[in-house]
Design a binder for this molecule. Structure first.
Ligand code: NG1
Length: 407
């Protein structure tokens, strides 16, 4: 939406500000290409930012109050005072993502003033495309801008990653890092120890397609428990394997992988007596290897190799990690049958979306096949443009210059 329209909508929600212009903070969603459920193990991942995202039209207030209005009427207005300990709204309330950003900043800076904020988004919600972290990041940028404070990019990525845990998810740091640090035209490998982003250009004749499974992956509900359970299982598996290998109990995954050949790690994990932990561990270790291979395949423009890695990642997430759903499996299968080089679920799973890779000229066939064979039988063909789209590797979050139009 052009920012002049946002200005007008802002004036309707809060009244026209007496002084100063309304400004706009924009934060993109992201699609993770590969490296799923391993950021919280400290292993590298390979996401890219999307064109779609969250926009916040904001104006500073003279007090600590922050008032939020969402242009989507499903989300009720919300208000809170910005300070270092902000009581959360009910679990699942969208306003908690804004509170997460405000509390994290207030713990870093004293006496922050609040903002009036009108939130708008063209990202599908609970679709595995990080609409929640986009809101956290856009809100943080709005508050920082309103208070004229700055934080170095890597530090901001790290503390917003921790800050989002306010909502109760023990998430990794992938989303905040790519949303802030993405480069247009590129995917980025994110390393976590220490945090670092390394862009690789997406070949111009490659097309990533995102398709929503029609199943919401609500991270405030049962999916949150399942997600947090996976993080605990990975930690438990790491501890068991490290102990059996005579390593320090607190050794992290990157160090464990660097110290021991993969075959030996998998053998030791298989002998721990817990089939579930062994399978979770196998996913983490093999997915870590696939990220390195995928980055190399992208740099070499080897579409077939990248596609096979996507397929292998999906198999692992479905079998070993148990985060897929029949709808996601079906989308992956249909995309492959329609000529995609590979496909897999993206994001946390339990619903949400898939990402498929094909040559750019094949994209219309893949999208048409998904419309006819997945969405039409489910009565959703009319809205297919909202559910399936070409992912354009886009730039990270920013505060837009006033008056700049951004369609
Ligand atoms: P989504 O897809 O937004 O639910 C979550 C985590 C990521 C990562 C992925 C799985 C948050 C904010 N995001 O993403 O850190 O662990 O799952 O790879 O918790």
């Amino acid at each position: 939406m052009a920012s002049t329209h946002l200005d007008a909508a802002f004036a309707r929600a809060f009244g026209a500000p007496a002084t100063g212009a309304v400004q706009v903070a924009r934060a993109p969603g992201r699609v993770n290409l590969i490296g799923e459920h391993i950021d919280y193990c400290g292993l590298p991942v390979l996401p890219m930012a999307l064109r779609q995202g969250v926009r916040i039209a904001f104006h500073p207030r003279s007090d600590r109050e922050t008032r939020l209005v969402n242009r989507d009427p499903r989300f009720a207005p919300s208000a809170f005072a910005v300070n270092a300990s902000i009581p959360p709204a009910a679990a699942g309330d969208w306003g908690n993502y804004a509170r997460a950003a405000a509390q994290a900043l207030a713990q870093r800076f004293r006496n922050l003033r609040g903002v009036d904020a009108l939130v708008d988004s063209d990202l599908p919600i609970a679709a595995g495309l990080s609409s929640s972290s986009a809101l956290v990041v856009a809100m943080a940028l709005a508050l920082m801008h309103a208070n004229q404070v700055t934080v170095a990019p890597l530090e901001l990525m790290e503390f917003l990653g921790r800050g989002e845990r306010y909502v109760g998810t023990a998430g990794g740091g992938m989303d905040q890092a790519i949303i802030l640090g993405a480069r247009a035209g590129c995917a980025s490998r994110i390393d976590f120890h220490p945090l670092r982003l390394t862009p690789t250009a997406v070949p111009p004749d490659w097309q990533f397609i995102v398709a929503w499974s029609l199943v919401h992956a609500e991270k405030s509900g049962a999916a949150r428990q399942s997600y947090n359970e996976r993080t605990r299982q990975c930690d438990e598996a790491r501890r068991l394997v490290a102990t059996r290998l005579g390593q320090r109990e607190d050794i992290n995954y990157p160090a464990l992988l660097a110290a021991t050949p993969v075959e030996q790690l998998l053998e030791v994990a298989g002998a721990t007596g817990s089939d579930v932990l062994a399978r979770r561990f196998r996913h983490v270790v093999t997915e870590g290897i696939r990220v390195r291979q995928a980055e190399a395949a992208m740099a070499a423009h080897d579409l077939a190799a990248f596609g096979l890695l996507l397929d292998a990642s999906h198999q692992s997430l479905r079998g070993d990690y148990e985060v897929s759903r029949p709808e996601l499996d079906r989308l992956v299968e249909l995309a492959r049958e329609a000529g995609a080089a590979g496909a897999r679920l993206t994001g946390a799973g339990f619903g949400g979306s898939i990402v498929a890779l094909c040559r750019a000229e094949r994209a219309p066939e893949v999208i048409a096949a998904l419309r006819e064979r997945f969405y039409a039988p489910r009565g959703a063909a009319g809205d297919v443009e909202r559910y399936v789209f070409r992912a354009e590797p886009s730039a990270g979050a920013e505060v837009l210059t006033p008056g700049a139009s951004s369609a």
